[in-house]
Design a protein around this ligand. Structure first.
Ligand SMILES: [Cu+2]
Length: 157
């Protein structure tokens, strides 16, 4: 009977460990300025998990940052306003300013897998493909441990 309890304790520990190992590491924040009438830089390359912060640095003109595919939309941003979006998947994400798209106020966010963006090969620091399996494994351990404890209690009653 005691072994069941020990098993439950160790599964809980395993859950914590799996979350620690599989969890995402630090993510960066990158800035893009909105001016009259362009984004600067117009193309920005980031890593998965990074956040882009757009800031309207125009004197009087409101702008927006609006995803071409509906992924994000700041709505009207008056001068001085900021809007941020975190990119959690790789890909190329074109966007525009709703008001000045016709004037060529468009931009692109390129999201690369963590560690793949630089010239040198760095260890992956973002969320790895193992994050989700680890989390599910941890959850499975927790449920199994709970079920064992429950069965143990029923047997005693
Ligand atoms: Cu604009």
């Amino acid at each position: 009977m005691r072994t069941y309890r020990r098993l439950a304790a160790s599964t809980s520990l395993l859950l914590l460990l799996s979350l620690a190992v599989g969890g995402p590491a630090s993510a960066a924040t990158r800035g893009v300025s909105q001016v009259d009438f362009s984004f600067s830089p117009s193309t920005i390359t980031i890593a998965v998990g990074d956040t882009v912060v757009w800031t309207n640095k125009a004197a009087t003109t409101p702008h927006t940052t609006t995803s071409n595919t509906g992924l994000w939309d700041s709505g009207t941003m008056n001068p001085g306003a900021s809007f941020s979006h975190t990119f959690n998947s790789t890909g190329t994400f074109p966007y525009h300013c709703t008001f000045h798209q016709n004037l060529g106020m468009v931009g692109t966010v390129i999201v690369q897998s963590a560690g793949g963006g630089g010239q040198q090969t760095l260890p992956a620091t973002g969320a790895s493909p193992w994050t989700l399996p680890f989390a599910w494994l941890g959850l499975l351990f927790l449920i199994t441990g709970g079920a064992i404890l429950l069965a143990l209690r029923r047997r005693r009653a």
